[in-house]
Design a protein around this ligand. Structure first.
Ligand code: 3NM
Ligand code: MG
Length: 535
C-alpha cells in the first residue's frame, strides 16, 4: 500500500455517535473491515485528544491486520501520533500543502471538494484523493452543503480529467448507500474518468447489522446494475422487425404497474391492454416491492397529479423498489416545469431513482435538462420558436445527465440515447444517437391520455426486451406513431355534425383498435424512420 496505490472503493468514514444502542463502535468498524471495507477514515468530532489517539490506535490494529489504510480526519497530530496511513482535510481545515509538509511524502492526503474551484485547488495542492460531495441529502453532517446529485460529480470529474488531476483518486460522499450506489457509479462518471469509490457513514455505522450492510454495499458496488445494458449495435438494427416485436410484447404479456394521474388511468389501462400487456394501477406502498420482484414487470411513474399526501415518498419508494430488482421504469414528469413545487420534486425523483426512459414533451424535457422555462399548465406552451437543433440539444443533455434514454414527444418524436458508446462506459468517447420518429396526428392533442399512454407502451416494450431498451423504445414509439396516423386517417368519415378532418371520439376507438391490430400488420407497410445522430 502506498500513496498512489490504495483501494478507495468502499471507504468507511466512522461516526461513533450513530452506532445503535447495545453495539460497540469498534465492533461496527471490525464488521465493516471483515466484510469488505477497503479504507477507513476515523472521524471524531466530540472527543478528547487522548481518547481520539486511543481509538485511533485500536482502529489501526484492525486496519493493519486487514492490510488497508487508516486515514485520520482533520487531526494531523493524531495521524502522526499513531502513524496512520493518511489524513483527510475539509475546506476549513489545514491546507493540503501544510499537511504535506508535516506528514511527509509517504502519507495519503485527501480533501473534501464540493465545487470545481476546490477541485482545481486540490490538483494544485497535490492531493492524493478527493471526496466529492455532498451528492445527496444527508443527516450525518451538521454543516450541510447543498446536494448536487450525480451531475455535480461529473462536473468535478471533468475538471480533474482536463486540468491535470486525472490521477487523483475520487470517491462520492453524502447520502450514498446500498440503494443508490449503482446509480451513483453509473451516472457519476464521464468518458475517461470514473469514481474510484464511495465514502459512506450512516449506511454502515448506523446499521444493526453492519456486516450484512457492508456485504450488500460491496456486492452492489461490483455488480453490473440490472438496468444497465450494452445496446451498442449498428444504427440500422434499431429499426428492424417492429411488428415482430409487437407480437413478442403481446406473447410475453408483461405486467405494467402504473402510478399515474387520475385523468388518464382508464385510457392508459386500455392502451396497455391493446398492445398485449397487463396494466395494474397501484399506489399502495405495501405491494411495491412485491410487484418489483415479479418477472417481466415494469413501472410507469407519471407525476401528473401530485395531490396525495405522501406522493413524494410514494414515487421514491416505488423507484427504489424497481431499481433494487432491476425491473425497468418509464418516468413521465408531466408538467414538471409548471410550478416551483414540481420542479423541486422532479429533482428529488431524478436523484432518488434510475429511470430507463424519461419521456416528456419539449417543455418537460427542457425542464429535466435544466433549461429555464416557465410552462403554461401542462401543455407544451409556445415553444414554436425552438428549432429541432435546440430540442435535440436539450434532449441530449437530459439523456446524458441522467445516463438514460429520453423521448421527446411532439409533431415528431425524438428518441435520444444516453449511453456512451463503446465496450466500456467510462473509457469511450460519447456518441449519442438521436432517432426521429414520424407519424401520429394533430387530433391526438384533442384526446386526453394520448401523451401519457405512450409511456405505457414504452414500458411494455422495454419490459419485454430488457437487454435492448433503446431498440425497444424506438419500436414502441414507432408502433404508437404509426398507429396514430392510421387511426386518424380512418376517423374522418362524415358523421353527425362534424364533417371534416379526424374526429376525437372516433379517433379514440380507432386508435385502440389499431394499437391492438399493429402486431398483425405487414412489416413492409410500417416503413423506416430517420436517424439524426450520432454527431
Ligand atoms: N463529509 P452519509 S458529507 C462526513 O461532503 C461527511 O465532505 C461530507 O454521511 C463532505 O454517508 C459527510 O451518512 C457525511 O450520508 C456522509
Ligand atoms: Mg474537517
Amino acid at each position: 500500500m502506498n500513496r498512489s496505490d490504495f483501494d478507495l472503493s468502499i471507504y468507511l468514514v466512522t461516526n461513533a455517535e450513530m452506532v445503535p444502542e447495545g453495539l460497540s463502535f469498534l465492533d461496527q468498524v471490525r464488521k465493516a473491515i471483515d466484510n469488505g471495507a477497503t479504507t477507513i477514515q476515523l472521524r471524531e468530532k466530540n472527543i478528547e485528544t487522548r481518547d481520539f489517539i486511543e481509538r485511533a490506535s485500536q482502529v489501526h490494529e484492525l486496519t493493519k491486520a486487514a492490510g488497508i489504510p487508516l486515514i485520520i480526519n482533520d487531526r494531523v497530530d493524531v495521524a502522526l501520533a499513531v502513524d496512520a496511513e493518511g489524513v483527510h482535510v475539509g475546506q476549513t481545515d489545514m491546507p493540503v500543502p501544510l499537511v504535506r509538509k508535516l506528514v511527509g511524502e509517504e502519507k495519503i492526503i485527501g480533501v473534501s471538494t464540493g465545487k470545481v474551484e476546490e477541485a482545481r485547488q486540490a490538483i494544485k495542492d497535490g492531493a492524493d484523493y478527493v471526496g466529492i460531495g455532498i451528492v445527496y441529502d444527508t443527516k450525518t453532517k451538521d454543516h450541510k452543503k447543498i446536494p448536487f446529485g450525480t451531475l455535480g460529480i461529473r462536473e468535478i470529474l471533468t475538471v480533474l480529467l482536463n486540468e491535470g488531476g486525472a490521477d487523483i483518486k475520487t470517491c462520492a460522499i453524502g447520502g450514498v448507500n446500498q440503494t443508490n450506489v449503482q446509480k451513483v457509479l453509473y451516472q457519476g462518471s464521464i468518458p475517461g474518468k470514473k469514481l474510484d469509490g464511495v465514502a459512506v457513514v450512516s449506511c454502515i455505522m448506523a446499521q444493526e447489522n453492519a456486516a450484512e450492510a457492508t456485504r450488500v454495499l460491496v456486492a452492489k458496488f461490483h455488480s453490473h446494475a440490472p438496468w444497465l445494458s450494452d445496446d451498442h449495435r449498428a444504427d440500422n438494427e434499431f429499426f428492424s422487425n417492429v411488428t415482430e416485436k409487437a407480437k413478442t410484447v403481446a406473447d410475453t404479456n408483461p405486467m405494467i404497474h402504473h402510478i399515474t394521474n387520475g385523468v388518464v388511468k382508464n385510457f392508459s389501462a386500455n392502451v396497455t391492454l391493446a398492445v398485449g400487456a397487463s396494466p395494474i394501477m397501484s399506489e399502495s406502498f405495501q405491494e411495491f416491492e412485491e410487484f418489483a420482484r415479479l418477472p417481466t414487470t415494469g413501472l410507469v411513474l407519471n407525476t401528473g397529479t401530485q395531490s396525495a399526501e405522501n406522493f413524494v415518498q410514494m414515487v421514491i419508494d416505488a423507484a427504489k423498489a424497481y431499481n433494487a430488482t432491476g425491473n425497468p421504469i418509464v418516468f413521465d414528469p408531466v408538467g414538471c416545469g409548471a410550478s416551483e413545487m414540481r420542479k423541486h420534486r422532479t429533482r428529488l425523483f431524478l436523484d432518488a431513482g434510475y429511470f430507463t426512459v424519461i419521456k416528456g414533451n419539449v417543455s418537460e424535457i427542457l425542464t429535466v435538462a435544466g433549461e429555464a422555462n416557465q410552462m403554461r399548465g401542462v401543455d407544451t406552451g409556445d415553444l414554436s420558436a425552438l428549432t429541432e437543433e435546440a430540442i435535440v440539444a436539450a434532449a441530449k443533455r437530459a439523456a446524458l445527465n441522467n445516463r438514460c434514454i429520453v423521448v421527446v414527444t411532439g409533431a415528431v418524436d425524438y428518441v435520444v440515447d444516453g449511453i456512451l458508446d463503446g465496450a466500456n462506459y467510462y473509457d469511450s468517447q460519447p456518441t449519442q444517437r438521436v432517432f426521429k420518429v414520424q407519424g401520429g396526428s394533430s387530433i391526438m392533442g384533442d384526446v386526453t391520455g394520448t401523451g401519457c399512454s405512450l409511456g405505457s407502451v414504452i414500458a411494455a416494450y422495454i419490459t419485454t426486451f430488457p437487454a435492448t431498451p433503446l431498440e425497444a423504445t424506438i419500436a414502441a414509439v414507432h408502433h404508437y406513431k404509426y398507429v396514430g396516423a392510421v387511426a386518424a386517417r380512418r376517423s374522418t368519415t362524415p358523421n353527425g355534425i362534424s364533417s371534416t378532418g379526424p374526429r376525437p371520439g372516433s379517433f379514440m376507438s380507432n386508435f385502440l383498435d389499431d394499437l391492438y391490430g399493429f402486431r398483425t400488420q405487414e412489416e413492409s407497410k410500417v416503413g423506416h424512420k430517420i436517424l439524426i445522430g450520432p454527431d
